[in-house]
Design a protein around this ligand. Structure first.
Ligand code: ARG
Length: 449
């Protein structure tokens, strides 16, 4: 082959990452071939021993990689020939690179999911820790980035715990999708030998074997599922990133990120730029891109294997690397973040946040909510015009808006506002304490799987 063309087809520089899966798959395959009497025990042992040596060479950085051999599979096989001669040629009995690569990427995906679940757990633990350490901090909750109602900072942190918990469920589902053993599908039609697919699946820890050889060499859905779960997870992280960026401005000043997670400016000495939150927000784009990339690679492919599918890997590895790194940075960033509960409370003490509570107060005195809402809105406008907080409005002024107002209206505070949201899922102190405890129990139970 002419060098430019050969270079164009090479995938070795990225698929060599699959070496562990590739060798584990070959070991299981060759043992099965011997058990089934398809090759001799002696050949199987020679092949197995040499494969283990190859694994060690790769891990030690001593493996003689050869670009002219295109991919990881050919590199390992050629090395096997160098080590044991013709017996090496028996490894590929009843196997094709098509079912081999399908096996490798399925095993890689399972590993990636396991690492993702661990990284998610670490971040979710950091969120609960931060919530618990600041369980009395009250802050404004926002809609439209407008101060809306007082909430607990812990409640806000636990919102992300919930999002990332759903991400966890999505990744568990990705694991199930990947956990199907394709070997034995051959190039596309199955294998003409008395192979034991269940035995191979058992040895490699797969839950089942694929039901259709054509589907199983042509399928990359499980990788798309990983990308999709990663895209949703990055979207969540990017929203958190955006909040950290906002909260660490002088305008908000609700949090101070650790020195190791901010950078200065070469010109402006006062700057503490939240670079890592910003980078994470930016990296979300590439993860979305890889999802669309693989969907597009697959969309026009007739069954079964087509070489286009070699393009499944680079984007996938990048998505896995990006997500794991981002989860790791966030776990550190949240753990190292200082919460300024005083600043948060000051912002929440803007008494306009209590307008809903004023309306609720009138409802408590028998007024229909819609009408009470109108009274509270007029009172709010009056207070804004006077530049006064609700608690600075005199009683007789209150009475001009409604004669249902009594002196107990002055008992409404940021804290009573929080305390009153005492429903399942609400921000009341007790509810949030329960939610923190429930989150701990959940994390503990997840540790068991
Ligand atoms: N490098 C190839 C890939 O990733 C391996 C499978 C090659 N199969 C083939 N029939 N050429 O898809």
């Amino acid at each position: 082959m002419e060098p430019t063309a050969r270079g164009y087809g090479v995938s070795l520089h990225y698929d060599r990452r699959l070496y562990r899966q590739d060798i584990a798959g070959s070991l299981a395959h060759v043992r099965m071939l011997a058990r089934q009497g398809i090759i001799t025990e002696e050949d199987a042992r020679a092949i197995g021993d040499a494969l283990v040596e190859i694994l060690e060479e790769i891990e030690a950085g001593d493996f003689p990689w050869r670009d002219d051999l295109e991919d990881i599979h050919m590199n390992v096989e050629r090395r096997l020939f160098e080590k044991i001669g013709d017996a090496a040629g028996r490894l590929h009995t009843a196997r094709s690179r098509n079912d081999q690569v399908a096996l490798d990427v399925r095993m890689y995906t399972r590993d990636a999911v396991s690492r993702t679940l661990q990284a998610l757990r670490r971040l979710r633990t950091a969120l609960v820790d931060k919530a618990e350490a600041n369980d009395r901090a009250v802050m404004p909750g926002y809609t439209h980035v407008q101060r809306a109602q007082p909430v607990l900072f812990a409640h806000h942190m636990l919102a992300y715990f919930e999002m990332l918990g759903r991400d966890r469920s999505r990744f568990l589902q990705v694991y199930r999708m990947a956990d199907v053993m394709p070997l034995g599908s051959g190039a596309l039609a199955g294998a003409a030998y008395p192979i034991d697919r269940d035995g191979v699946a058992r040895e490699l820890g797969f839950a089942s074997v694929s039901a259709n050889s054509m589907d199983s060499v042509a399928d990359r859905d499980f990788m798309i599922d990983y990308h999709a779960a990663a895209a949703v997870c990055m979207m969540h992280l990017s929203r958190l990133a955006e909040e950290l960026v906002l909260w660490s401005t002088s305008e908000f000043a609700f949090v101070r990120l650790g020195d190791e997670h901010t950078t200065g400016s070469s010109m402006m000495p006062q700057k503490r730029n939240p670079d890592f939150a910003e980078i994470a927000r930016g990296k979300t784009g590439r993860v979305y891109g890889h999802l669309v990339g693989l969907l597009t690679v697959m969309k026009g492919l007739p069954l079964t294997y087509n070489r286009d599918m070699q393009e499944d890997k680079e984007g996938f590895f990048d998505t896995v690397d990006t997500l794991l790194a981002t989860l790791g940075i966030f776990a550190e960033m949240i753990a190292g973040m200082r919460v300024d509960a005083g600043r948060m409370r000051d912002a929440a003490a803007d008494s306009h946040l209590l307008a809903t509570d004023i309306a609720d107060y009138l409802v408590g005195k028998g007024m229909p909510f819609r009408e009470a809402h109108g009274v509270a809105a007029r009172l709010s406008r009056h207070a804004a015009a006077e530049g006064a907080r609700f608690d600075a409005i005199p009683m007789d002024t209150y009475r001009r808006f409604s004669d249902l107002f009594g002196p107990d209206v002055f008992e409404i505070t940021v804290d009573t506002s929080v305390a009153d949201r005492d429903v399942p899922g609400g921000t009341a102190f007790g509810r949030v304490s329960q939610a923190i405890a429930a989150a701990r129990v959940k994390l503990e139970a997840e540790n068991e799987d």
